[in-house]
Design a protein around this ligand. Sequence first.
Ligand code: SAM
Length: 245
Amino acid sequence: DTTHFGYKTVATQEKASMVADVFHSVAAKYDVMNDLMSFGIHRLWKRQTIACSGVRQGHKVLDLAGGTGDLTAKFSELVGESGQVILGDINDSMLRVGRDKLRDLGRVGNIEYVQMNAEALPFPDNSLDVITIAFGLRNVTDKDKALRSMYRVLKPGGRLLVLEFSKTDNEALSKLYDFYSFNILPTMGKLVANDSESYRYLAESIRMHPDQETLKSMMEEAGFEQASYQNLTGGIVALHRGFKF
Ligand code: SAM
């Protein structure tokens, strides 16, 4: 089974249920692990995403695969009382951890928590101003379908931001990163969350994910215009952006 870009896809059901197991398993420890695994740098990557999002008062924003809601928290401030943020995720354990955290932070009133699959977004056509998907797309089984679904629900003038692991073209950094992902990361997963398998899956899903140019083409194929990207941390992560006009 391959996508039209030639990527191998694990049998659909198998991948979806593996992803579900991983995120049910890591939900409670997710935030701690994120800080540990990225040395806190994920906060900078997310800050950059927010800076490029164009989110403002009154906007309707979807934080897709939003998990524990880091982006949602900031968007809820930016859209104000007249706006709305939807934290959408397929996994109810992640949604629950996110909701509890945001309520503890006092972020209430303009946030909705909705269980949804990125491949079939439960919104009318042309209804959202901004969609972000941070470290989520690589877990989605049919990425092309998900991108088409995001395009459909955005308003004309709306934009999509995809924050995701990508490919660094620095050889030394790439070697270091591979060693880190396949050796240190699962060991950390074992020590902190007693779950090395989930973190091995994460490392593998990162290696399988399309590189910068491929993802840009996939966005264009789904209809996005002015698709572009910027590398963060030497291309270990890339932030893609595209518009619907
Ligand atoms: N966006 C958050 C962040 O950056 O911290 C969470 C990212 S977490 C690595 C990936 C999230 O994607 C998980 O919460 C998982 O449940 C969600 N996910 C996986 N497949 C999905 C799908 N098909 N539709 C919606 N969410 C999905």
